[in-house]
Design a protein around this ligand. Sequence first.
Ligand code: C5P
Length: 238
Amino acid sequence: MAKDVIIALDFPNRDKTLAFLDLFESEARKPYVKIGMELFYAEGPQIVRDIKARGHQIFLDLKLHDIPNTVRSAMRSLAGLDVDMVNVHAAGTRAMMQAGLEGLCEASGKDRPLLIAVTQLTSTDEARMRTELLIDHPLEDVVAHYAANTRDAGLDGIVCSPLEAGKVHATCGEDFLTVTPGIRFATDSKGDQKRVTTPADARDLGSDYIVVGRSITGAADPVAAYRQALTDFLGETV
Ligand code: C5P
């Protein structure tokens, strides 16, 4: 099964993003990258095409959550961007997730992008989930339940904390992908993430992909930080 480090390109515009990617120009291995709302809404779909043309695999992290018909149509549009992974919120229901998958299949057939679902954001802790969202269950159970809904809808995996990866695999199967943000090197600050894990711990916990933002983009030497994440997560020396 593919395991990889995905760098979150949380930059405000094209110039800053391409300046960052230029740092990796002479790297044999072009990093798998994540384009999120900030960059996509600022620059539109052309930034996706341009980064793809540079040889990167792309996780387009737009977290769709709308009525099923709208998500189906939106996924048809996203499939046209030749991205490798897209996502929805599991809270949108199984019907919405199935519709999203149908949209991708209609547009891309067998070569469709992977479709994963967000369960609970890693910035949400259990107290906030219970008191603010009125979901009065243990966080782990909510994640496991949303994961089962996602698998039942036919999707490929979920976004979750590495701390939940083992339970998700036990419930949904080893082939069900766990894509895990909330990653920090042991020496980093947590920022706004409440539940964080090192790349090596994420590997040991069973994550399939780790998503790393500020620990690489904000590092004094981002290429060295990326290589460190690869070494820690994959056990590969690069
Ligand atoms: O900088 P940092 O490593 O915290 O960035 C994490 C990235 O993963 C951000 O782009 C954030 O939007 C994303 N993400 C997350 N938690 C989720 C889903 C996505 O942190 N549950």
